[in-house]
Design a binder for this molecule. Sequence first.
Ligand code: BG6
Length: 367
Amino acid sequence: EKGGWSSFMAKEVAEQPEAVANTIRGRIQDGQVVIPELDGLDELFLGINRVIITACGTASYAALVGKYAIEQWARVAVDVELAHEFRYRDPVIGADTLVVSISQSGETMDTLMAVKYARERGARTLSICNTQGATIPRESDAVVYTHAGPEVAVASTKAFSAQITALLLLGLHMGRVRGAVADASVDVAELAALPEKIASVLEGEQEHVTQLAGWMADTRSVLFLGRHVGYPIALEGALKLKEISYIHAEGFAAGELKHGPIALIEPGQPVFVLVPSPRHSALVHSKVVSNIQEIRARGARVIVIAEVGDAAVLPFADEVIHIPLAGAMFEPLLAVVPLQIFAMALATAKGLDVDQPRNLAKSVTVE
Ligand code: BG6
């Protein structure tokens, strides 16, 4: 039930601190990530030399964050494949490949068929799923449940956050098993702090972002830019807007700007820019700041999502949305929240029902 909420989506956005806490619960032992369901399955992670993460829609953007995390922590090559593209070519997979599938429902036919195909080819399979006992986990060698609770709204929010959390856990678990992570204590502390930080974004930015969306109710197109793990979040921000507010939206890797998308910038064009913390990489941060200058010079209306205290972005931003300080891999879980609120508020300002977007279904069980 919706309780006092205006929509299931609003309720589920607000439930994210709890959803993420539930995904983490029971998976940290003595300052290390240990996923009990994967006990005795070290072989899944030891005999492999590559990982393919496969999913559709929002789950495929979680997968992209997972690529960065697993490569960094477990030192194994990761590719992300849209499930519906995966089996219609002749992919190079076999016993040395771990295929990780991500699905909230566990019933998405495209994803299920990709998993079956991977198994037939001799790959090992692990499923990240939110629905207990669903088909995809049953077809996989192992499953890590997200425990986000039922997600009713068609546009995924808390399941997405829980999927990223599960991938971070998986990356640290794999890193430990493969002996690639010497000391995970800082990352484990970051994980544990996530629910509270997500709650502070909800509390601190809800009103500001809702107001912003209200002003922009007549906007015809919105662009989103990000780098590193901000890139998948830019894609997700654009997808949320398309799904529920029917506005043209596109997400880009910020570095791609000069290779084409900058041609779209004309005076007044709203652009969200996800700015990574300068504490992670001064170089990457400065590149994003110069991307902001480039679009600002062409008249874009720049809405920045940046760490509290990042003064470098202030002179070039029309609006600044703040997120708390967090480790590089953890920022996506904070930065996505204002984008979810923005999409929801814009759709609401247009008089649309955010829970029932046209043409979409919660789980697509046909190919
Ligand atoms: C789409 C839904 O059809 O399926 C998206 O509209 C969702 O919200 C995607 O991200 C994948 O669904 P699932 O259940 O496999 O995560």
